[in-house]
Design a binder for this molecule. Structure first.
Ligand code: GLA
Length: 744
């Protein structure tokens, strides 16, 4: 389309210059400006390629690139910093886009055609994405065209200046006459200059989620992926890059997060010229997506954040951005009811009378939401263990002879009692339940009737995990089945909360792209149900944190963080999760001690403090089995949880010390208006020497004075930050303190 340098320049000069300051287009030079970030790229006037210039602290000018000797086997694009790298034209690094064209070749040449700057941010139909109005966000859409293959691309950039965040996605349209196949799609791709970087990434497994590892970005590829069909426990669609000297609270760091619940791939490639390409997108093993003539492929959105205030700065930007511009559920910015979940206390051993009894005991200790977990459904295959019943969403008649309606009515009549005063609060306990709608057991009526509804690959064995198979949510009939089954349950009584579980990964896929279609089908289902039942508090769960991702957080305000409820382990899991997701979105419960999984014995107060660091705080035990000490500790913990919850939901979160590095982990919340702060301090083991380091607080106004309830002192923000305070733990293991500060 653009044969000459002249033509490209004239198109660029004719382009409309944006009225918004957040994005300017000067000829072919694009500048995205946030409060503390600049993102620059330009059109190469010689060939129409997009070239990366800068992503980092504010700058005001475009500078010429580094000189790199162009001799050798690769020239041209091989030494460019590229914005939307394709493959086949001398760039031998990993591409952001890889297409098999209708004639079988995989060379692409996406060249600049035009652009548009739009106030606000258009939605991406069918996909979860960040959102905002004209004052929150500005969008740049760059149209690219591959003349040879008749394929076009729209590359979208939306900048949220207040959060130093840029959301990127792209759409490919097949304008030719034959099918094309998308083999690889990285929603974010940026070429950094030659410098020393580390990559910080969460890794783990079931009950061991979100540990973090920091490693040097060296020559070649550094990467990780999920091939589980879901975001998974082993990694998360998220990583940070940081300068080697960056710490938790200082230095440059960049975050990259894919707003996607399916398989993903993260790759950081350092080339021989030192340039570092950061990529994040779909897993190419689960792509191969066919696009027919006239149709389009949409890549999910990825969100990048820059901070010059270390890893903590990146985390807080994501927390604020996601609470205000990703999670669309009305409860996102509301304090959450204290809940009791029946799972660890009763397992599958439930029935209506036992549960009404448990709800009564729960209400007596101040529980506001009673959650019936697994075990309540199944006609022909009663759900008495995890090998049967999934898919048959009818209350089991032996456990619930009158159905769910009358039982829920009995529960929701019970008055909630204030645990400290023993007086009725005047409110009744709410009711919630567990479902796992995307799954089916072999032992179920659903599977007998619809064996073809599960993900499977021809005659290959359908491998089981937790005795279950995955329904193919890419199929419209399965989507309708789930919407109908869940609606029926929600219509049968006053259900205020749903825990939506998902307990295995995808194995056999008929086509790699089934995973992509499944996730789009799932979003359709969840979008429909959350729109139909906006007052239900939805909590995601996937054997704990197996799908703690930004895709689901768009629809649901909270997620069960881990099946591991051991408070000492939870410190690591919760702090790791907070690298990207806000504590307000985490579900955390006090379970019995010694812990059922780890056998570790910890005090009720320690368990309570760890759990109340999350937006959705609760208990997961049988209140009957509480010891005298635990009963004595409970009222104070309930009071503290109520007091702290508004700060967890709305406030800013600081990791003062992590359990991986310190025997004295600590975190801090600061209220939005800066007038209050809550510090959680822990001592894991007792050591005679050395003593604990002072807790140097963050986020306070250095000049203001704050009273604290630890030593009843009033000190300046500067003193708290630079000298710190001493929690003064005495002898003992697994100790905790909640320190409350108020501006005076
Ligand atoms: C999963 C969840 C648990 C619980 C059980 C019920 O493991 O993560 O919290 O709901 O299923 O079977």
């Amino acid at each position: 389309m653009f044969g000459t340098r002249q033509t490209i320049l004239s198109v660029l000069l004719a382009a409309v210059v944006a009225a918004q300051d957040a994005i300017t287009a000067n000829g072919g030079n694009f500048t995205l400006t946030g409060d503390d970030v600049s993102y620059l790229f330009h059109v190469d006037a010689a060939n129409g390629d997009l070239i990366s210039d800068h992503f980092g602290a504010p700058v005001t000018d475009f500078i010429p690139p580094a000189f790199i000797l162009g001799w050798g086997w690769h020239d041209n694009q091989a030494n460019d910093r590229r914005e939307f790298p394709d493959i086949g034209r001398s760039d031998i690094r990993l591409p952001a886009i890889h297409i098999e064209h209708s004639d079988g070749d995989t060379v692409s040449a996406f060249l600049y055609k035009s652009h548009e700057i739009i106030p606000g941010k258009p939605s991406i139909p069918g996909f979860p994405a960040t959102y905002g109005n004209d004052t929150d966000v500005t969008t740049l859409q760059v149209q690219l065209y591959d003349n040879v293959s008749d394929v076009s691309a729209v590359l979208s950039y939306s900048i949220f200046p207040k959060y130093n965040a840029i959301a990127r996605s792209f759409k490919i349209t097949n304008n030719g006459t034959g099918d094309i196949v998308i083999e690889r799609a990285a929603s974010f791709s940026f070429d950094f200059p030659n410098a020393e970087y580390d990559v910080i990434e969460p890794h783990g497994d079931w009950s061991h989620e979100m540990n973090t590892v920091r490693r040097k970005v060296d020559y070649g590829e550094t990467g990780f992926r999920s091939t589980e069909g879901y975001s998974g426990h082993n990694h998360n669609p998220f990583y940070m890059l940081a300068s080697s000297s960056t710490t938790e609270s200082s230095g440059e760091a960049w975050g990259f997060n894919l707003v996607w619940t399916g398989s993903f791939e993260a790759a950081i490639e350092k080339a021989s010229n030192g340039y570092v390409r950061a990529l994040l997108g779909l897993n190419s093993l689960h792509t191969s997506i066919k696009v027919a003539p006239g149709e389009s492929f949409q890549a999910p959105e990825a969100v990048a954040v820059y901070s010059s205030n270390g890893l903590g700065g990146v985390s807080r930007s994501y927390h604020d951005l996601y609470r205000n511009h990703l999670s669309r559920h009305q409860a996102t910015m509301e304090t959450r009811p204290i809940l009791l979940n029946s799972w660890e206390g009763l397992s599958f051993d439930i029935n209506d009378t036992a549960l009404v009894d448990l709800a009564g005991q729960s209400a007596d200790i101040g529980i506001e939401l009673f959650v019936m977990d697994d075990g309540w459904f199944g006609l022909e295959y009663p759900r008495n263990n995890d090998s049967l019943g999934l898919g048959d969403w009818t209350p089991n008649p032996e456990k619930f002879p009158d159905g769910l309606g009358p039982y829920i009515a009995d529960v929701t009549k019970i008055d909630v009692v204030n645990a400290s005063t023993n007086a009725s609060t005047g409110s009744q306990i709410k009711f919630g339940l567990w479902m796992e709608p995307e799954m089916v057991n072999l032992n179920s009526t659903l599977y007998n009737e619809h064996p073809d509804w599960v993900l499977h690959a021809g005659k290959h064995a359908r491998t089981l995990t937790r005795s279950q198979l995955v329904l193919n949510v890419g199929l419209p009939e399965v989507q309708n089945f789930i919407i109908d089954s869940v609606s029926k349950i929600l219509d049968s009584g006053a259900v205020s909360y749903v825990k939506w579980d998902n307990n295995r990964g995808m194995h056999e896929l008929a086509r790699p792209s089934d995973s992509y279609q499944y996730i789009l089908g799932l979003y359709h289902v969840i979008d429909t149900l959350t729109t139909k039942y906006p007052n239900v508090l939805w909590e995601g769960c996937a054997s704990g944190g197996g799908r703690f991702d930004a895709g689901l957080l768009h629809y649901w305000p909270q997620h069960w963080t881990s099946d591991n409820t051991d408070a000492a382990d939870r410190l690591q899991i919760q702090l790791g999760t907070s690298l990207i997701y806000p504590p307000s979105a985490m579900g955390c419960h006090i379970s019995k001690s010694p812990n059922g999984m780890t056998q570790r014995d910890t005090s009720f107060t320690y368990r309570g403090h760890v759990a109340m660091m999350c937006g959705s705080f609760g208990l997961e035990l049988n209140p009957h089995e509480l010891s005298e000490d635990e009963v004595a500790a409970l009222p104070a913990i309930m009071d503290q949880a109520h007091r702290v919850n508004p700060l967890v939901i709305h406030g800013s979160f600081y990791r003062l010390a992590g359990p991986q590095e310190s025997n004295w982990p600590a975190v801090q919340f600061v209220s939005q208006d800066g007038s209050q702060s809550a510090v959680f301090a822990f001592q894991q083991q007792y050591t005679t020497k050395p003593g604990a380091p002072p807790l140097r607080l963050q986020g306070l106004d250095p000049k203001a004075r704050y009273w604290n309830d630890l030593d009843n002192g009033t000190y300046s923000g500067a003193t708290y930050a630079n000298a710190g305070i001493n929690a003064r733990f005495e002898r003992g293991i697994y100790l905790s303190k909640l320190i409350w500060l108020e501006k005076r």
